[in-house]
Design a protein around this ligand. Sequence first.
Ligand SMILES: *Cc1c(COP(=O)(O)O)cnc(C)c1O
Length: 398
Amino acid sequence: MPDISSVKASSVMGTYNRFPLSIQRGKGTFVWDTEGKKYLDFTSGIAVCNLGHAPQYVQSKISEQLETLWHCSNLYTIPVQEELAAHLTKRSSADKVFFCNSGAEANEAAIKLARKYANDIKGVQNPVIVTFKQSFHGRTLAALSATGQSKIQKGFAPLLTGFRLLPFNDTGALQELNHDGKTCAVLLEMVQGEGGVIPADPLWIQELARSCKEQGILLMVDEVQTGAGRTGSMFAYEHYGISPDVITMAKGLGSGFPIGAMLAKDEAAKAFEAGSHGSTFGGNPLACTAGLATLQYIEENNLLEHAAEMSSYLQQQLQACLSNAGVHAEIRGKGLLLGIVIEEKAAKIAAEALKHEVLLLTAGPDVVRLLPPLNVSREEIDEFILRFKGILDTALYS
Ligand SMILES: *Cc1c(COP(=O)(O)O)cnc(C)c1O
């Protein structure tokens, strides 16, 4: 982890182990620190700034909305919220959308919907939601109870009951999916992000989806990190040919403006009626404007195709760079959510990257996580590879 001893005393709670860097400004794939030093940003604010920093198109739409209406509450119809919901349902397997402000809240809404559906519609008491080892679903109590990593849960007992953890990508374990007849839903990531950039196995997903369908279990996908084009399709589940009942998203949806969403098919969505759930800020006009502009920009500029192309190019260049450096490392992930597996060295590489004016992330101790914006250029990838050579040299051999 980066050395934070040099950072002066802060009044912000120490919930993050921060890199020794204060960021002042960002444009496209670059950010500048408070001393004016320029960095190549391959983190996109953890998969949030999918169009790069301060994208002009989104900025101009938000500026227009700032002149028009900031907030009015969900007691009234909000035209841009309707428009964003219609866009999301047209682009997904879902029919209805609930808006909130973050990924954890989107998962919280999904968990509540699954329970309400089980209690009120299916008549299942004490329903169970199955989640998976190494998953990450957020930091609220329900979301962390659903999460399959003990480091996220440590110290927060008592956790919520009603969750059962199964191993990820394990077909045999699907025997346990509903052994007591209480399982109302499964919640999983298509590519486990925080857990180490681990893609779901397509055959396993097919099997899981089939079991869910046969047994009336809601298939809920957490696309908080993978949604909004990150993997080269609007949603990562599209790579798997499945039709989820519930989808959660947040990070990339607003290009940096906070927004979350829980999407559901009518069959599940009907469990929520007036008064079932709510959020003061959820679906706020400014946030929905950011969301709609982001989706429009992705589509009008064919950024999904571009991201898929840049993903192949980046993987190919990385592979060459790693083998030239004599490093045997697996590259995994989908689209522009990529992980380089280098045992025990991830933090060292991310720290070393700063000296080469590159921002990089980790995903656990063994994985360097790359999250360039969807509109990253070939030239920027070339620049990254050039610097990555130097980063590897000093991080691995000094
Ligand atoms: C980041 C993340 C969350 C939590 O989102 P927040 O906006 O931080 O609450 C949940 N699920 C996944 C898969 C994530 O990557």
